[in-house]
Unconditional design. Structure first.
Ligand SMILES: Cc1cc2nc3c(=O)[nH]c(=O)nc-3n(C[C@H](O)[C@H](O)[C@H](O)COP(=O)(O)OP(=O)(O)OC[C@H]3O[C@@H](n4cnc5c(N)ncnc54)[C@H](O)[C@@H]3O)c2cc1C
Length: 438
């Protein structure tokens, strides 16, 4: 079996590696347009934070590691066209014939509606290695940077640049940051602290109408102009729209349509990762879930289904965890602001408890649950201490439709240095929000 995979990032590599385990006799080839494999999308920031010695160290795998697993890797080669009827793909170098094709060519972050010209002249995004390489000196030399989009990537970039003593303008069309993952009031302790940072300027409820490049960049908002040495867009990513993509059935948001087993409208062609629309737990409608864990799991599931449709892809919950400006933020599942997407009435509970009996740093928690059944639907966590791992336990509870009553008895370890008397998940169904002995 000849397996061709387009894109050597999270979805493509995980598919290739799992396919190697499942089909030892298969010929597996990954085609990647970049010069390196497995670049981390936040790699540029990690390099600027001195967490990697070189930019090209910010990877999760290497060409060598893939070759050791007998996966052929073709770098700096770009898929241009595809003919599913003939099982044929054409790159800028050659034509190949496949038995199974996996499209894992992911997403891009170009802003399509703010008058930006071609990326050859101006590279506003840092998701991939080639772009990050070009952007790096511009960021290093800039004293003032404007960031368009205050989602996770934009906030992580802002936090890094503030640590580097730059002045940062963060522009966001919504009235608060990270709106996909957190309810506005919940973020109050965090946002109050951010307002004290003198060289950090938020511009909420503002839409960028145009960016003009003179000696510096002029970012035109509705009735305001910001001048900065550099501009980055960290707006939502969207699927790579290539000519060949249009040969397949697409959803209205340009994600690729697949069946439950991740096969596209063309036989023997699968699509994974940031190209697809996925089921989202506790919502009738699926969603676009551009997240690394989702991409990896979809790659694994596609590999399982290459010879025979046997494993349905379950999609995800939209789980995130990050550290920004010294705060740990994590979220999974439904937030209160989007209660309208859930078919039944929801209720919430917000409470604060100290991290452990030794570490008195508060952990702010908010739970969203179904009012009648008390089924857990979502959790948000915020703290200056590292509480991130708790979100994965919460995600498991939501995936398994666990109720708050069940959670009162969830087994957890106790150790006074690392835990409080009871874990946040045990506690949601107990006591009032404000009066509790611990
Ligand atoms: C700045 C930033 C930071 C992020 N940080 C996080 C994070 O911390 N956690 C998280 O969960 N998510 C994060 N994300 C989202 C994450 O990057 C994506 O969900 C993830 O990369 C999707 O993986 P993928 O393999 O589907 O696609 P991609 O990572 O987009 O990879 C697609 C690959 O295909 C290649 N390719 C594209 N077209 C072609 C072609 N025609 N021929 C050959 N090769 C091609 C590309 O070069 C690329 O290597 C971040 C996104 C951004 C923009």
């Amino acid at each position: 079996m000849k397996i061709y995979i387009i894109g050597a990032s999270f979805a493509g590599v995980s598919c290739g590696v799992h396919a190697r385990e499942l089909y030892p006799e298969a010929e597996i080839t990954i085609i990647e347009k970049n010069a390196i494999v497995g670049f981390l999308p936040g790699g540029l920031l990690l390099y600027l934070q001195n967490k990697f010695a070189n930019l090209n160290d910010a990877v999760f795998t290497t060409e060598q590691q893939l070759k050791e697993q007998h996966i052929d890797i073709k770098l700096s080669e770009k898929l241009l066209d595809c003919d599913p009827a003939k099982h044929e793909i054409t790159t800028d170098k050659k034509t190949y014939y496949y038995d199974k094709l996996i499209l894992a060519n992911g997403s891009e972050q170009k802003s399509l509606n703010i008058g930006l010209t071609s990326d050859d002249e101006w590279d506003p995004s840092f998701k991939d290695y080639d772009f990050s390489n070009k952007v790096l000196p511009k960021i290093q030399n800039a004293e003032t940077i404007a960031i368009i989009g205050a989602g996770q990537a934009g906030m992580e970039a802002a936090s890094t640049f503030i640590d580097l003593k730059k002045t940062v303008h963060l522009i966001e069309a919504m009235d608060y940051p990270l709106f996909k993952y957190f309810d506005p009031n919940f973020l109050e302790p965090f946002l109050t602290e951010l307002q004290k940072i003198p060289n950090l300027h938020f511009h909420f409820n503002k839409t960028v109408t145009e960016v003009v490049e003179n000696e510096q960049y002029e970012i035109l908002l509705d009735e305001q102009k910001i001048v900065s040495d550099y501009v980055l867009t960290t707006v939502n990513v969207h699927p790579q729209l290539a000519k060949f993509t249009k040969k397949f059935q697409l959803h209205s948001d340009n994600t690729m349509q697949t069946n439950d087993y991740l096969e596209t409208s063309a036989k023997d062609v699968f699509a994974v990762g940031d190209l697809i629309h996925s089921p989202l737990k506790n919502r009738e409608e699926g969603a676009y879930l551009p997240q690394i864990n989702h991409a990896i799991r979809s790659g694994i599931v596609a590999a399982e289904n290459l010879q025979q449709a046997q494993m349905k892809f379950k999609g995800g919950l939209r789980t995130i965890g990050t550290k920004i400006f010294g705060w740990h933020l994590a979220s999974t599942g439904l937030i209160e602001e989007e209660a309208f997407v859930y078919s039944n009435e929801i209720a919430t509970k917000t409470f604060t408890q100290t991290a452990s009996l030794v570490d008195k740093t508060p952990i702010y928690c908010k739970a969203v649950f179904e009012k009648s059944s008390k089924k857990l639907l979502g959790i948000q966590l915020l703290s200056q201490t590292n509480c991130l791992e708790k979100i994965n336990t919460a995600a498991l509870a939501i995936e398994n439709e666990v109720t708050l009553t069940d959670l009162m008895q969830k087994d957890s370890f106790f150790q006074p240095e690392f835990t409080n008397i009871i874990e946040p998940l045990n506690r949601i169904n107990m006591g009032s929000e404000t009066h509790h002995a611990f």
